[in-house]
Design a protein around this ligand. Structure first.
Ligand code: KIV
Length: 273
C-alpha cells in the first residue's frame, strides 16, 4: 500500500473510492458550484466534490432544487472542474433532465460529461429510474445513486422530514440500494434516514454509501458547503455541523470596508498610484 502522502496527492477515481471502502477509510464529500471554492476545498484534500442541484437553493436563491436547468448545472460543473486537480467531481442530473425516458437521461448525462468535463453524474431514485441508470451506465458514464430524502420529489413528499422510518419504505430503500449496486452504480448517497437503516445498507453493499443526515455508519459523509461553512445561515437541521461562521466573517469585513470608504480612510497613500 502506498504512503499517506502519496495517497493524498493521487487523483481520486471511482475505483479509488471502492478501495477506500474496502480498507475502511471514510470518504469526505462536499458540494461546490464555482471555480474559487472548488479550488480551496480540493487543495484542502476533499475526496469528492458534488456539483449538487442544491445550487438552485444556495446559488440562485430558489426555495427548491426543481428550477435549476441542465445548462445551469453544466455551467457550474465547468467552473468547478477548472479549479480541481485531485477530487472526483460528480454533477447532479437536475429535475426534468432524466425522468422523461432513458434516452433523454442518457442525452443529459452525455451533455454533462462532454461540456463540463466532470467525471460522474448523480441521479435521484431507485427502481422507477432503472432504465435510465442502465442507459447512462451503458455509455461508460459512472453513476452515483441518491435515495432516502430526494429533494427533487419534495412536492410528492410534502415535507423534508426523515424518510424510511416505516418498515415498508425502509424495505424499498434497501431493495433500491441493492438494485443500484447490481446495475453498476459506483456509490449511493443516503439522505436523511435513520442511522440504523443507513448502517445496514452500508454493511450490505460493497459500493460506498455516502450519508447526509444518515448517521455515522456510512462509508462517507457529504454536506452542502454553504451550510457547513455558515454562509447559509437560515438552515439548521440536526445533522448539520457548522465548521465556520463565514457569514459573520463577511459581514464584519464588509462593515469595516464600508466604514473605511465613508471615512476616507480607504484607500491610503500606500494603496494608491
Ligand atoms: O444537491 C445536493 O447538494 C445533494 C446533496 C445534499 C447530497 O444532492
Amino acid at each position: 500500500m502506498s504512503t499517506n502522502t502519496t495517497d493524498n496527492a493521487r487523483k481520486v477515481t471511482t475505483r479509488r473510492l471502492a478501495e477506500m471502502k474496502q480498507r475502511g477509510e471514510k470518504i469526505s464529500m462536499l458540494t461546490a458550484y464555482d471555480y474559487s471554492s472548488a479550488k480551496i476545498i480540493d487543495q484542502a484534500g476533499i475526496d469528492v466534490i458534488l456539483v449538487g442541484d442544491s445550487a438552485s437553493n444556495v446559488m440562485a436563491g430558489n426555495v427548491t432544487t426543481l428550477p435549476i436547468t441542465l445548462d445551469q448545472m453544466i455551467y457550474h460543473g465547468k467552473s468547478v472542474m477548472k479549479g480541481v486537480n485531485r477530487a472526483l467531481v460528480v454533477v447532479d442530473l437536475p429535475f426534468g433532465s432524466y425522468q422523461g425516458n432513458p434516452m433523454e437521461a442518457l442525452a443529459s448525462a452525455i451533455r454533462i460529461m462532454k461540456e463540463s468535463h466532470a467525471e460522474a453524474v448523480k441521479i435521484e431514485g431507485g427502481s422507477e429510474i432503472r432504465e435510465s441508470v442502465e442507459r447512462i451506465l451503458s455509455a461508460g458514464i459512472p453513476v452515483m445513486g441518491h435515495l432516502g430524502l430526494t429533494p427533487q420529489s419534495i412536492n410528492k413528499f410534502g415535507t423534508y422530514a426523515v424518510r424510511a422510518r416505516e418498515e415498508e419504505e425502509a424495505r424499498k430503500l434497501i431493495a433500491d440500494a441493492k438494485l443500484l449496486e447490481e446495475l453498476g452504480c459506483f456509490a449511493v448517497v443516503l439522505e436523511k434516514i435513520p442511522a440504523d437503516l443507513a448502517r445496514k445498507v452500508a454493511e450490505e453493499l460493497t459500493i460506498p454509501v455516502i450519508g447526509i443526515g444518515a448517521g455515522g455508519g456510512c462509508d462517507g459523509q457529504v454536506l452542502v458547503m454553504h451550510d457547513m461553512l455558515g454562509i447559509n445561515q437560515g438552515f439548521s437541521p440536526r445533522f448539520l455541523r457548522r465548521y465556520a461562521d463565514v457569514a459573520g466573517v463577511m459581514t464584519d469585513a464588509v462593515s469595516r470596508y464600508i466604514e473605511d470608504v465613508k471615512s476616507g480612510d480607504f484607500p491610503n497613500e500606500s494603496e494608491s498610484y
